[in-house]
Design a binder for this molecule. Structure first.
Ligand code: NAD
Length: 286
């Protein structure tokens, strides 16, 4: 039985981060150091890990980064004021407010307060709108990373059927728009989709972004398809796993991304690339 080729997100990230590091050096010679500000409100354990990883990635790549940590009692007004101050801070090119925020804070209102020029997470409506109409703007990091993975294997999307499972604003919807922009025929499936397998079996490219272990099994995959697993779940033993039954699906698929070591590292890499681009736009001639 044949086995799918693995798209290694760690190796690809390493390569892209090296390219980023080189561009950072060029920018520094022109007097600009890309700067990322990360705001964390509250004590969410997972968020603390994500934020630490982002700051570490910045340091490893030669970026300037600051982490602002606030107690869960921070008011919405105070948070908005911090975002405003960072919007005006010339040493900061990207602003990231780690989600989720405490319930008394309107996350969308905070995201909308970030200057679109510094919206390196790509969650602002201006960024979402730009993606929708095909204008330049920041793309959300996770689906952007998936596109880079497809690019890395030289995959041509034109004329192919891409099926996205999940319709969130941060993964599923922008993913579908990016695939459409590359001329794929796109189907979006979600929690109310009837007979999911009947649709996924038509997919040349299948992207799973749900958050349910083993949602995608081998019988749901077309032989030779590219399967990208965005899901991040914990199995019964507490180990990180995706939405795809990796062992089963790799017997059918042509290409597959593992979890861990797939989309996860690519997400931070694309955050670095977005921040670098934001800094490059700050050049006087840009
Ligand atoms: P979400 O909860 O906002 O969205 C999940 C989507 O799945 C929804 O649109 C829902 O309609 C759909 N869904 C739920 N049950 C379904 C079912 N049975 N069949 C088909 N569709 C179903 O989640 P999200 O923020 O989009 O994240 C999705 C997954 O990706 C999560 O596991 C999350 O942890 C992971 N994630 C990973 C990264 C990364 O860097 N690797 C980044 C973001 C999200």
């Amino acid at each position: 039985m044949t086995s799918a080729q693995v798209i290694d997100g760690v190796a690809l990230s390493k390569q892209l981060r090296q390219q980023t590091r080189e561009r950072v050096q060029t920018l520094k010679k022109q007097g600009i150091t890309p700067g990322l500000a990360v705001i964390l409100v509250g004590e969410n354990q997972a968020s603390q890990v994500y934020v630490r990883n982002k700051i570490k990635a910045c340091e490893d790549t030669g970026f300037y980064s600051i982490l602002e940590q606030y107690p869960a009692t921070l008011s919405e007004f105070e948070l908005l004021q911090r975002v405003q101050a960072l919007n005006l801070d010339a040493s900061i090119h990207g602003i990231l407010v780690q989600l989720p925020l405490p319930e008394h804070i309107d996350a969308q209102k905070v995201i909308e307060a970030i200057s679109p020029a510094k919206d390196v997470d790509g969650f602002h409506v201006a960024s979402a709108g730009a993606l929708m109409v095909g204008q330049p703007g920041f793309w959300p990091c996770t689906p952007y990373g998936c596109m880079k993975m497809l690019e890395s294997i030289g995959y041509t999307l034109r004329g192919k059927h891409a099926v996205v499972i999940g319709r969130s604003n941060i993964v599923g919807k922008p993913m579908a728009l990016m695939l459409l922009q590359q001329h794929a025929t796109v189907t979006i499936c979600h929690s109310a989709t009837a007979d999911l397998g009947q649709i996924t079996r038509q997919a040349d490219v299948l992207i799973a972004a749900v958050g349910k272990q083993n949602l995608v099994t081998a019988d749901m995959v077309k032989p030779g398809a590219v399967v990208i697993d965005v899901g991040m779940n914990r199995n019964a033993e507490g180990k990180l796993c995706g939405d795809v039954d990796y062992e089963g699906v790799k017997q059918v698929a042509g290409w597959i991304t593992p979890v861990p070591g797939g989309v996860g590292p690519m997400t931070i890499t694309m955050l670095l690339m977005n921040t670098l681009e934001a800094a490059e736009h700050a050049l006087p001639h840009a």
